[in-house]
Design a binder for this molecule. Structure first.
Ligand SMILES: Nc1ncnc2c1ncn2[C@@H]1O[C@H](COP(=O)(O)OP(=O)(O)O)[C@@H](O)[C@H]1O
Ligand SMILES: [Mg+2]
Length: 143
């Protein structure tokens, strides 16, 4: 990993704003792999990415759907949640790998559930979000 960038945010809105700035570095086909506990802010970070691409549709955790597709912006954002996935084969069965060729941005909550995921992808960004207080978060971004 290159030297990671670290951001400290003090509110959900600041996390959205940090993600919106970060998203300027994203290219079609990039994958954003999140790590971080429940309530860390992975979905809020995805809201910021969607906002950068002009997506006005509401962004919500796709825990029950596995993937939410936001297609109304300048690039599509495919928002996965692997909370209920525990093996590479399970992930394969969701059609995850078909999304890589669709020219969008793929955001993946609970990527830690499939530890071999990153080595099977190109153009991976790792975004770890740690709770440092009720409203404070440390966001570490590496490529
Ligand atoms: N600095 C912050 N950044 C992100 N979320 C924050 C922050 N401070 C408080 N929160 C709250 O934490 C929760 C994060 O929720 P969410 O983005 O759904 O997390 P996750 O997807 O990681 O489970 C929200 O209720 C949000 O309002
Ligand atoms: Mg979430």
């Amino acid at each position: 990993m290159n030297t990671p960038e670290v951001y400290e945010t003090g509110s959900a809105e600041e996390t959205i704003a940090a993600a919106e700035r970060f998203a300027a570095s994203l290219k079609a086909g990039d994958t954003v792999l999140y790590t971080g506990e429940m309530g860390a802010g992975k979905t809020h970070f995805t809201k910021g990415i969607a906002r950068h691409f002009g997506i006005t549709e509401g962004v919500a955790s796709p825990t029950f759907a596995i993937v939410n597709e936001y297609t109304g912006g300048t690039l599509d954002v495919f928002h996965f949640d692997l909370f209920r996935i525990s093996t590479f084969d399970d992930l394969y069965a969701t059609g995850f790998f078909d999304y890589l060729d669709r020219g969008g941005i793929i955001c993946v909550e609970w990527s830690e559930n499939v530890p071999t995921l990153a080595e099977n992808l190109e153009n991976v960004w790792r975004v770890d979000i740690a709770k440092t207080g009720e409203n404070s978060r440390r966001i570490t971004i590496g490529k």
